[in-house]
Design a protein around this ligand. Structure first.
Ligand SMILES: [Zn+2]
Length: 134
């Protein structure tokens, strides 16, 4: 299958769903999408200070693929920053060994190897599955 993309390994999701410019209502904003694997690429390079070789290995992709993901990620962040757009972090082609759950009450994200029924931060049962390992 020529067009089948290899899934990119992601350790954990961002702690928020996205960003928006200060003082502008969401409905008045144009949006850009940062894919989960693009977020992960920025996290590994710019936050964890890995080099591209190491980051590619962490995400289980080739070096050229990583470079492409990272370049697009930077482009999207720059677009949001410079053009004042909201940035949603969602979607993509990825796998994770952990469950990702967001609490609808306290909004905190939890990354856990086993499923949970309640938010570990506030004990609320109003939680939303963001990702389940396959
Ligand atoms: Zn909570």
């Amino acid at each position: 299958m020529p067009n089948q993309r290899r899934q990119r390994k992601i350790q954990s999701p961002p702690i928020m769903d996205g960003f928006k410019p200060y003082g502008v209502r969401m409905k008045n904003l144009e949006k850009v999408i940062l894919l989960f694997e693009e977020y992960e690429a920025i996290r590994l390079i710019d936050h964890e200070d890995l080099n591209q070789e190491e980051a590619a290995a962490k995400m289980d992709v080739s070096r050229p693929t990583f470079t492409r993901i990272y370049k697009k990620a930077r482009k999207t962040v720059a677009k949001a920053l410079v053009e004042g757009k909201a940035m949603l972090i969602e979607g993509g082609t990825y796998i994770s060994e952990n469950h990702w759950v967001r609490c609808n009450k306290c909004s905190k994200m939890t990354t856990t190897p086993t499923p949970v029924k309640n938010c570990p931060h506030c004990q609320s049962s109003q939680i939303k599955d963001i990702h389940q390992p396959k």
